[in-house]
Design a protein around this ligand. Structure first.
Ligand code: GTP
Ligand code: MG
Length: 326
């Protein structure tokens, strides 16, 4: 498929073209990288139209079940809606591990004509994962998906990573957290725009109600920008609490759009992405480009020999290749 066909196919919402495009931006081959850059540049004007929702929670909390239930709810709620699901899981070592394994939990979504599910690219450095995920999101937007779920496991830095690429961050919590909540890092709660206590059904219902109150109390200690983070009860299994979550979500987005915070956050995110890429790309190019490789190695050797502090070496190296003097 040549680039024009691919680009047109993605714009027209063809699933096969989108899948191919994502594979292209995920590729680490130098030849593919050029094509991926051309594709992204051509599609940029068609991006920015999706509401991006981060969904996180520890393994077993019910993310897959919730995504199936909430996704199906949203697709039924609006018959023109198109939903894409992307998993970001730095801990998954093999391509396709995270989501494909539980297609059974996403029975409806995985065959829905208006849904597109993409498993985690997995593995590699955080920078690479983050880039592939962000670029995949751009392609999904160009493909006309107006709602994008970005799923991540609630471990380590993956939550912060995903929070920096979505508009709203939804955190699923267990009904019986108890003492764990006490010790939970404030930073994690701060990331959440909405908290949903899942499994609020059967014998866990009471525990879930208690967890809601505990969360609300814990959130009082977290400085809120406007109103406190909403805590909602849900049962992904019984498909309960879904309209409530959607209402909270929409209300937040509306408030942020009115105040300008929504657009501001998006702009901050892309600028931060650019700045982070700048450092990474300088390093990648300097290490490989024949014009800079020698100098790069020289500075690396000086660092290795403890002749130069790494920070001083980096600054001197960059100043010398940018030709801006010492
Ligand atoms: N009672 C009850 N069980 C649920 C609910 N949602 C999910 N479960 C169960 O919890 C278990 C884990 O659900 P998953 O959806 O696989 O959870 P996950 O967060 O995707 O887990 P990982 O993919 O391992 O990170 C399964 O046995 C589900 O059937 C719920 O609302 N109520
Ligand atoms: Mg899962």
């Amino acid at each position: 498929m040549d680039l024009n066909t691919l680009q047109e196919g993605i714009r027209q919402g063809q699933v096969r073209a989108l899948a191919k495009g994502i594979t292209l931006v995920e590729s680490t081959l130098a030849a593919d990288q050029k094509k991926a850059e051309a594709l992204l540049t051509a599609l940029m004007p068609s991006t920015g139209g999706a509401l991006k929702i981060g969904i996180s929670g520890i393994p077993g909390v019910g993310k897959s079940t919730f995504i199936e239930a909430f996704g199906s709810f949203l697709l039924n709620d609006d018959t023109s809606r198109r939903l894409a699901v992307l998993a970001v899981d730095p801990s998954s070592p093999i391509h396709g591990g995270a989501i494909l394994g539980d297609k059974t939990r996403m029975e409806e979504l995985s065959v829905h004509p208006r849904a597109f599910i993409r498993p985690s690219p997995g593995g590699g450095a955080a920078g690479g994962i983050s880039r592939r995920a962000r670029e995949s999101i751009l392609l999904m937007e160009a493909g006309g998906y107006d709602t994008i779920f970005v799923e991540t496991i609630g471990v380590g830095q993956s939550e912060t990573l995903v929070a920096s690429m979505v508009d709203v961050f939804l955190m699923l919590q267990m009904p019986n957290m108890g003492d764990e909540l006490q010790g939970m890092k404030k930073g994690i709660l701060e990331l959440a725009d909405i908290i949903a206590i899942n499994k609020a059904d059967g014998s866990l219902k009471e525990a879930a109600q208690r967890a809601k109150i505990e969360h609300e109390q814990a959130l009082k200690l977290v400085p809120a920008e406007d109103k406190p983070t909403p805590v909602v009860l849900t049962s992904a299994k019984n498909k309960e609490g879904l309209p409530e979550i959607w209402n909270e979500l929409r209300a937040l987005v509306e408030t942020w759009k009115k105040s300008g915070r929504f657009e501001q956050k998006r702009q901050d995110q892309v600028v931060q992405w650019f700045e982070r890429e700048l450092g990474e790309q300088i390093q990648a190019i300097a290490a490989e480009h024949p014009a800079y490789q020698g100098l790069f190695k020289e500075f690396e050797a000086k660092v290795r020999a403890r002749e130069l502090a790494p920070s001083v070496a980096a600054r001197t190296f960059i100043k010398s290749i940018l030709n801006v003097g010492q």
